[in-house]
Design a protein around this ligand. Structure first.
Ligand code: URA
Length: 213
């Protein structure tokens, strides 16, 4: 009881200094993300809920300055419940590490949280039901930069049909946050010559975040 009283007195003393507000808001952010995760895990809004093995909510630091957004979970992601853990994910991890980060330093998620069967493209009605989860995720994390992985994620979030080859390499904006589209790692596995273009985009992001690789 004494301990509780002194913690309370200490926090009262810190009021206005920004310390207690910081502690409370950090705790709030954890709780809000946890609440959103629980809601997303229980989601039954579209037919993918019937075929999924796992909901793939997202992974990484909720205080990340950089968020990567992909399309939708594939087979490996569906089985493990984690984003980008298959072959394309291994390449994404290499890219993240070449930027000087660990996977845990950034945040990785997808437009769709459940796997469309047979790796088909997400349907407009699936996106319409799911996108709110991503909006809430982004609004809570508040990163400085979002990187759109591939045509699908970039075109969806920027609400455009401009080809990814024209979108990438330039800054855009999504919900007031700097947005850099780039090629999807799965595309890079088929077109390794374009890795240098992705690296240019990553260097652009690093400069924006003021980090060295
Ligand atoms: N491709 C994606 O777009 N997302 C994943 O999580 C895995 C592969």
């Amino acid at each position: 009881m004494d301990i509780l009283r002194s913690v309370k007195a200490y926090l009262e003393m810190q009021k206005g200094s920004g310390v207690s507000e910081y502690l409370f808001s950090a705790k709030n952010k954890d709780a809000e993300i946890e609440k959103l995760k629980n809601e997303t895990m229980a989601c039954q809004k579209c037919p993918l809920a019937k075929t999924r093995k796992n909901v793939v909510f997202g992974a990484g630091s909720i205080n990340a300055k950089l968020v990567f957004v992909g399309e939708a979970p594939g087979h490996d992601e569906d089985v493990q419940g984690q984003p980008f853990v298959g072959k394309a994910g291994m390449l994404l991890t290499k890219i993240i590490e070449a930027m000087g980060f660990k996977r845990e330093d950034v945040y990785i998620c997808n437009i769709l949280k459940c796997r469309p069967s047979g790796n088909r493209n997400p349907l407009p009605e699936e996106i319409a039901q799911c996108i709110e989860h991503l909006y809430k995720q982004i609004d809570l994390i508040k990163p400085d930069v979002i990187c759109g992985l591939g045509k699908f994620a970039s075109q969806t979030l920027l609400n455009t049909e401009t080809p990814i080859s024209q979108l990438r390499g330039r800054w855009h904006e999504f919900r007031g946050i700097k947005f850099m589209p780039t090629f999807h790692p799965a595309y890079l596995l088929r077109n390794p010559n374009d890795k240098k273009l992705v690296w240019q985009d990553m260097k652009n992001i690093m400069e924006q975040l003021d980090v060295q690789g």
